[in-house]
Design a protein around this ligand. Structure first.
Ligand code: C2E
Ligand code: CA
Ligand code: CA
Length: 676
């Protein structure tokens, strides 16, 4: 049961418990009222039972009358005055008793029946009347009258007493019935109360049980929450927070333990994005889990408190203890790279990955955050200068990082101030020496940092996405500048991955051409293999749209990638630019010339133009023209220059081609080198 369900149940039980408590209270009040009623009724019943003394009271009067009669008859027989006096005494007792009979319960009983009332009236009258007869004693007539009245008294009292007895018997039965009924009611009340008490106990124990369970679930949830807050859900490894804590703790307790120095290894998988893109996210997740398992297994052999964590994406970190300093840390990092390089068996097959690792060791006075940052800097450095290896941190990287940030943050200002300018490098027909095209290349003079080479700021702008704006700016400048020239030269503009990834690239280019009145045929767009490799299908479709505008498309840096030939078939390229690495080694490496020759043959067969880059010497020109190459770009013919230098350059090239001497002086070459 979930915590919320449990809470709902506990609340429902609490609610029921409250209802029950209210019900019990109401029942208790009713019971008390009923009980009070029962007590009153019982009191009434007891009252009524008191009427038994009516009969008793009457009985005493009867005894008085009989005693008075006995004394009188004894007096009549003996003439003893003492008897007469006793008879008089009992008469008086009887007379006063009769007086009391008119009130109290006896009186009430008598007055309920008119007949009894009449009888009592007669009696009172008769008894009162014989008082004078007592005074007339021993007169025989008076004696007879007294005796008659007393006899009558006995009869009446007997009758009333009998009636009272009968009535009392009936009433006694009624009272007994009432009492039995009340007792039954009280029994029921007691049973109900006992039952409710038991119910209350049951509910209390139920409530206690549900509360106990709710607490257990809440504790479990809290434990799970605590785990989730500190672990990566995909791999189960500690996350950034947990790693940070472990690092700080290790730093504060490492000294004095003789565990050596602490090392943080920041690890990044090379080409993980491609796995995600090509094999799908499920395989990407499988790979991350497999990597996590392998790291865990390798690190388990090092030190019991060493920690592997996943910071996110394909970034992992390892905290380890080394007694042998940087060397040992580097060896361990290498061990991780080698371990990860063994094929990972995923659902869809085996995958091989490379990893790059930045290593930072603890230094006096440096916290965990700084250590992690150092390892990250080393990692970034390694990724920028050749992946798949271990890079130890050194302090110069901090300066690099600061410069990197300055460059990244300076782009906005540079675009606003027009600090990012476009220079043009001529492309020359080696046979005639004539300039046949220009390549637009970005130049940035930073107010503080000075000239920043594009090889430095372009990747930074690419990473932050700002290359899109820079690229558009260069394109606009290239159009404006080319149109200002007297010759109808074509201009080549470089495109970066981020630009090619945009859906609206073709529209943007068409818009710029339209705005500047630039014929599409004069624009050439250069893309590198890596640009196409990122997302081949989408890139090709965008390139087709561009080509449909009438723009030429060039494959730049040809030969530096590893599957260049497949791209030759995937798109109808207008031009290949042979990378300058082949030209550089032309004179020293025989293979370079054969490769260039093969590329030229292949391109001719596929009807693709070729430009060689980086031509710096006459010997290179000789070798290249010998192999059938015509168009070249390089410092030998001119370094990139601002648009203002182009007219003079073009004029010289026209003269040179007229003179049919394509070569340039060594002075010009030296000047070009200086400019670049
Ligand atoms: P890239 O497209 O291959 O451009 C040619 C590079 O080779 C230029 O470097 C150029 O100055 C240099 N170069 C030309 N001739 C010689 C030579 O004889 N010897 C040597 N050693 N180098 C020569 P740059 O201008 O520094 O540009 C470097 C890279 O930056 C370019 O390589 C290009 O990939 C990128 N880049 C430059 N401008 C832009 C731009 O506007 N947009 C984009 N996306 N990338 C650009
Ligand atoms: Ca280029
Ligand atoms: Ca190039």
């Amino acid at each position: 049961m979930s915590p919320s369900q449990l809470l709902k149940r506990a609340t429902a039980i609490g609610e029921r418990f409250r209802h029950l408590a209210i019900t019990v209270l109401v029942v208790l009040v009713v019971a008390v009222l009923l009980h009070a009623e029962a007590v009153l009724t019982t009191g009434g019943a007891v009252d009524r039972s008191m009427r038994y003394d009516i009969a008793m009271s009457g009985m005493n009067g009867r005894v008085d009358a009989i005693t008075a009669r006995q004394r009188l008859s004894r007096y009549a027989a003996t003439g003893d005055l003492a008897d007469a006096e006793e008879a008089w005494l009992f008469y008086n007792i009887l007379a006063s008793r009769i007086e009391t009979w008119s009130s109290g319960s006896f009186g009430a009983f008598v007055s309920r029946s008119p007949q009894r009332r009449e009888m009592m009236e007669d009696l009172r009258r008769d008894v009162a009347a014989i008082e004078s007869d007592y005074l007339a004693l021993p007169d025989q007539a008076a004696l007879r009258r007294i005796d008659q009245v007393l006899e009558k008294v006995v009869g009446i009292v007997d009758r009333i007493g009998g009636e009272a007895l009968t009535e009392n018997l009936v009433e006694a039965a009624e009272i007994r019935g009432t009492l039995v009924e009340r007792q039954r009611l009280q029994n029921i009340l007691v049973e109900v109360l006992v039952g409710i008490g038991a119910l209350l106990l049951l509910f209390m124990s139920l409530q206690a049980r549900s509360l106990r369970r709710a607490r257990a679930v809440a504790e479990e949830a809290a434990r799970e929450f605590e785990f989730a807050a500190r672990h990566d859900p995909l791999t189960g490894l500690p996350n950034r927070i947990a790693f940070h804590d472990a690092l700080e703790q290790a730093l504060s307790s490492a000294e004095g333990r003789g565990e050596g120095r602490l090392a943080v290894l920041a690890l990044d998988l090379d080409g993980f994005k491609a796995v995600n893109d090509i094999l799908g996210h499920a395989s990407g997740d499988d790979l991350l889990r497999s990597v996590a398992d392998r790291l865990r297994r390798i690190v388990a052999d090092w030190h019991p408190r060493d920690v592997v964590s996943r910071l996110g994406g394909d970034e992992f970190t390892v905290l380890t203890r080394v007694s042998g300093g940087e060397q040992e840390a580097a060896i361990r990092a290498k061990q991780l790279i080698d371990g990860l390089h063994e094929a990972h068996a995923l659902g869809g097959g085996n995958v091989v990955v490379n990893a790059t690792i930045g290593v930072a060791l603890s230094q006096d006075g440096e916290g965990g955050a700084a250590m992690l940052q150092n390892a990250d800097l080393a990692l970034s450095h390694a990724k920028a200068t050749g992946k798949g290896r271990v890079q130890l941190y050194d302090v110069s990287m901090r300066a690099d990082a600061t410069r990197h940030r300055q460059i990244e943050e300076g782009i906005t200002q540079a675009l606003e101030d027009g600090d990012i300018a476009t220079h043009y490098q001529p492309q020359v027909d080696m046979l005639t020496g004539r300039i046949v095209g220009l390549e637009a290349l970005a130049r940035w003079r930073h107010p503080v940092l000075g000239w920043i080479p594009p090889s430095e700021f372009i990747p930074i702008a690419e990473a932050s996405g700002r290359i899109v704006e820079i690229g558009e700016r260069i394109l606009e400048q290239a159009c404006r500048d080319t149109l200002s020239l007297s010759d109808d030269l074509p201009v080549a503009v470089n495109l970066s991955v981020a630009q090619l990834a945009r859906e609206d690239l073709a529209e943007t280019v068409a818009d710029v051409l339209l705005r500047f009145g630039m014929p599409a045929s004069r624009l050439k767009l250069e893309v590198t293999e890596s640009v196409v490799m990122k997302d081949t299908r989408r890139a090709i479709s965008t390139l087709k749209k561009l080509k449909a505008l009438g723009v030429s498309i060039s494959l730049d840096d040809f030969g530096t990638g590893y599957s260049a030939l497949s791209y030759l078939r995937s798109f109808q390229w207008d031009e290949l630019k042979i990378d300058r690495s082949f030209v550089r080694s032309l004179e020293s490496d025989r293979h370079s010339l054969s490769i260039v020759t093969s590329i030229l043959e292949l391109a001719a067969r596929l009807d693709i133009g070729v430009t060689v880059e980086g031509v710096e010497t006459q010997q290179q020109v000789a070798l290249l023209t010998g192999a059938g190459c015509r168009v070249a770009q390089g410092f030998l013919f001119g370094a990139p220059v601002p648009v203002s230098d182009l007219p003079a350059l073009l004029a010289r090239s026209a003269v040179r081609s007229g003179a049919a001497d394509p070569t340039v002086s060594s002075d010009a070459l030296a000047a070009a080198r200086g400019l670049a």
